[in-house]
Design a protein around this ligand. Structure first.
Ligand code: FAD
Length: 414
């Protein structure tokens, strides 16, 4: 079997793969991304956080994003809104503790990922669509990958391998790195609708997270796009979401139970079907090993509630690229100290907030009428905007302890 040599091979051309690939290709390395799908392809994960704009900017990908946003139906996004039992609160991401962009987009991922892939190729990243990685083997300091496509079967070798395969989780499966997540098994049902929302108070510039009126651990997302459509989903424990009826009928039944979504979406036109996925929260024993590292969802995925997935994926790409550059130049790099520990800092901060969401404690804090200083709200806003690695923010540096104190101060019946 023939074998081609690359400096870096990346498994997957989602956001993590294309951003890491752009940065490394621009640094002059021969980089190949192997992507099993043909783009554009659907992906869930449509609400970005402003922090992600920093990484897209670093990789030189924002000019094209801004230029094509309108035409592709991407919605300008400036915050997040929450609704529970008739209470409403929102966070404007321009009012936040950490400096940096306060706005971003809600994107249709098929078009967004396609745009990033196009731009990354212009920067020198080679992407082969429809090429799936099936096996890897480490021989003499090089990673050998076995690849299949519709027409061929071949081997490539890499001096360094990045797994950005998302829920494909290629290296965790092949190297048995999978570990149970800290989260229980939850399911999501989702679809796109033509929303026909006429309520003048509805803010299309924000993701709307609504809590189920009876079950505070069931929640809905409503992510508006600029073309009059929305992404709509419901999330809950596997046993709460699963049922005998088809996913679309389940989702419609959940919306009918929601005090705020039901009236908001009364004129909505629904698609013919909805998708259901479950058990998406995953973790690994290590984010790196000899000659490889895991990016984005291939490493850890917590939960969709705070839309942190793409931001974590892009942060991992932006962290790893300069480290791989140094490794390829012959330097010894401690990936635990310089990659895994710093990446986990932000993931652990999100984990504190995700856990507190499902216990209802985060909801208590944001809907509390107890006085909160603007400073504290700005610190929370920063994290919701994705700035979960800014250790100057006490809710990042000591997220668990700080959140406990805040919750105690806000505790009161709704
Ligand atoms: P992906 O985007 O999944 O890309 C991985 C790529 O690898 C894919 O294109 C795949 O085809 C390819 N691949 C897989 N296996 C192979 C193989 N063997 N060979 C070659 N290629 C392969 N995140 C947000 O930021 N905002 C949200 O609003 C949000 N909502 C979500 C809602 C739900 C219900 C879920 C489950 C997740 C949500 N996420 C959200 C998370 C988001 O989907 C992911 O975090 C994000 O897509 C991860 O990007 P990535 O680049 O790591 O992987």
């Amino acid at each position: 079997m023939t074998s081609e040599d690359f400096d870096v091979v990346i498994i997957g051309a989602g956001p993590a793969g294309t951003v890491a690939g752009s940065l490394l290709a621009e640094a002059g390395w021969r980089v190949l991304a192997l992507e099993k799908s043909h783009f554009p392809r659907f992906s869930i994960g449509e609400s970005l956080l402003p922090q992600s704009m920093v990484y897209l900017e670093q990789a030189g990908l924002t000019d094209s994003l801004h230029a094509h946003a309108k035409q592709l139906g991407f919605q300008y996004k400036d915050g997040a809104a929450f609704s529970k039992n008739g209470n409403y609160t929102d966070f404007n991401f321009s009012q936040k503790f950490t400096p940096g962009p306060g706005t971003t987009y809600q994107v249709k991922r098929a078009a967004f990922d396609n745009l990033l892939a196009d731009e990354a190729q212009k920067k020198g990243l080679t992407i082969r669509f429809g090429h799936q990685v099936n096996q890897i083997e480490l021989i003499d300091e090089k990673q050998y990958l076995h690849v299949t496509s519709d027409t061929e079967e071949y081997q490539v070798s890499a001096r360094f391998l990045l797994d950005a395969s998302g829920f494909g989780r290629v290296l965790p499966r092949l190297l048995k790195l999978d570990r149970p997540s800290s989260q229980p098994t939850r399911n999501a049902i989702f679809t796109h609708i033509k929303d026909n929302i006429t309520d003048p108070h509805f803010d299309r510039n924000k993701i709307l997270i609504s809590v189920h009126p009876q079950h505070e651990d069931i929640w809905y997302w409503l992510i508006p796009f600029s073309d009059g459509t929305c992404s709509l989903g419901v999330v809950g424990l596997h046993e709460q979401i699963e049922g005998n009826s088809p996913p679309l009928a389940r989702l419609q039944a959940f919306v009918a139970e929601s005090d705020n979504l039901q009236p908001l979406l009364e004129n909505a036109q629904w698609q013919q079907d909805a998708k259901m996925i479950g058990g998406y929260s995953v973790s690994v024993s290590s984010l790196h090993g000899k000659g490889y590292a895991l990016l984005g969802n291939a490493g850890e995925f917590l939960d969709p509630v705070f839309s942190s997935g793409v931001t974590i994926a892009l942060h991992s790409a932006s962290l790893i690229a300069p480290l791989v550059h140094r490794i390829l130049q012959g330097e010894t790099v401690d990936l635990e100290q310089e990659y895994a520990i710093p990446l986990k800092q932000g993931i652990d901060c999100f984990r504190t907030f995700v856990n507190a969401w499902y216990t209802g404690e985060f909801q208590t804090v944001i809907f509390s009428s107890a006085p909160q200083s603007n400073n504290v709200r700005d610190m929370i806003s920063s994290i919701l905007a994705g700035y979960a690695w800014d250790t100057k923010n006490p809710y990042v540096a000591q997220s668990e302890r700080r959140f406990r104190v805040l919750h105690t101060l806000c505790k009161e019946p709704l």
